[in-house]
Design a binder for this molecule. Structure first.
Ligand code: PLP
Length: 395
């Protein structure tokens, strides 16, 4: 089938839940992907912060190939060796004591919401079930996580939404203090808002949330689905804040493209989940866990975090210079290798033009260009991307 036929069949047979660009991506290697016509692109979308080690990373490919021949899936009725090793590694390198594995970011957040409610139900006095989340947050598309998501556009048409969520502006600690009630059990926040426009917390904000949670007996949940697993230059985004959450969720880059999610928690909180309280058939299956083990091994032992930090400096220098050359750019923000360029105009046209010139980027919140390249990008690849941006902005 040629590209036109593939797209026609897609339009005919696949539900129209995505607005898609008219290309079919068929192959990837490192920071590059190719479409069905053989055109090459520099991929600064990376599956939206998923393929952090680049496409077809040899260690991940090898791990998946070996595991698929050995054992693809068994039920969680039995112990699963790669799952045990991955949990051990995640626990060793984070604040957490226990992990639960699932298949996506939304599922990880759904698990976090359930765990927070169950913990409050079992261990905290009163009727506590409410979770405070942030305006412009994004936590997923299941009914509970889309309700946790503080953006009405994602909720429209799905009423009645589950009860028990309150929204406050991001970066406003007094608003959170005012929102805490006798029903509050947790505060849920992205350490950097991704879909909401690459919004970085003000100094002291995350620390103040921690203090508030301690004072009011609330759980602090960090959604690190987009910014965890090395994206900010440390293994987990919370590390830079000097505080730890009680629950953290991961997905996206955890499997470098193999769909997995994880919800991690301290022992005290995790103890609220017993057999039968939560489960998923595919969660923690041997194949996915082996992919994640290869990702963890690479992140921890192949200098990826150090590379991310040095490329971050290089990339943000270039983005800063780009902003100085183009009046359409009114803000540059981000951390590590998640960057947002705020525009004075809608970003869609620039995304299209960049794609035509061989650079994949995306636009979030209407006017924020988002760059989440693989953490393995080179200076040369950053230069190529910036050159294309120079050509397309204002053209
Ligand atoms: N949480 C955050 C911060 C995200 O960015 C996303 C997806 O973009 C999700 C949760 C939902 O993850 P998934 O699409 O894997 O369900």
């Amino acid at each position: 089938m040629n590209t036109e036929e593939l797209i026609a069949l897609s339009e005919q047979c696949i539900m129209h839940t995505y607005r898609r660009f008219p290309i079919v991506l068929v192959k990837g290697s490192g920071a590059r992907v190719w479409d069905s016509e053989g055109k090459e692109y520099l991929d600064f979308v990376a599956g939206i912060a998923v393929c952090s080690l680049g496409h077809a990373h040899p260690k991940v490919v090898d791990a998946i190939q070996k595991q698929v021949e050995l054992l693809t899936h068994v039920s969680n009725l039995y112990y699963i060796e790669p799952q045990i090793h991955l949990a051990g590694l995640l626990v060793e390198h984070s604040f957490a004591d226990k992990a639960f594995f699932c298949n996506s970011g939304a599922e990880a957040n759904e698990a976090a919401i359930k765990l927070a409610r169950k913990y409050a139900h079992d261990s905290i006095e009163g009727n506590r079930y409410e979770i405070i989340t942030m305006e412009d947050s994004f936590h997923g598309r299941t009914l509970a996580t889309v309700t946790a998501t503080g953006q009405e556009k994602f909720q429209a048409g799905f009423d009645p939404l589950p009860a028990g969520f309150r929204y406050v502006p991001f970066n406003d600690i007094s608003a959170v203090e005012r929102a805490v009630s006798e029903h509050t059990c947790a505060i849920m926040v992205e350490p950097i808002q991704g879909e909401g426009g690459i919004k970085v917390p003000d100094d002291g904000y995350l620390q103040s949330l921690r203090s508030l949670c301690d004072e009011r007996d609330l759980l602090l949940i960090f959604d690190e689905v987009q910014v965890g697993m090395g994206r900010t230059g440390t293994l987990f985004a919370y590390e830079k804040s000097g505080i730890t959450p009680d629950i953290m969720t991961l997905a996206k880059a955890l499997g470098n493209g193999y769909p997995v999610g994880a919800m991690l928690a301290s022992d005290t909180v995790a103890s609220a989940f017993g057999p039968g309280n939560h489960a998923t058939t595919f969660g923690g299956n041997p194949l996915g866990m082996s992919a994640c083990l290869a990702v963890m091994d690479t992140l921890l032992n192949d200098g990826i975090l150090e590379h991310c930090r040095s490329m971050s400096t290089y990339f943000f220098d270039r983005l800063g210079a780009l902003a100085e050359r183009h009046a359409e750019i009114c803000g540059v923000r981000g951390e590590g290798l998640i960057a947002g360029l705020e525009l004075t105009c809608p970003g869609d046209e620039i995304v299209w033009k960049a794609m035509e010139k061989g650079l994949l980027i995306n636009c979030t919140s209407g006017n924020i260009l988002r760059f989440v390249p693989p953490l393995v990008i080179t200076e040369d690849e950053v230069d190529q991307a910036i050159n294309i941006m120079d050509e397309v902005i204002g053209s």
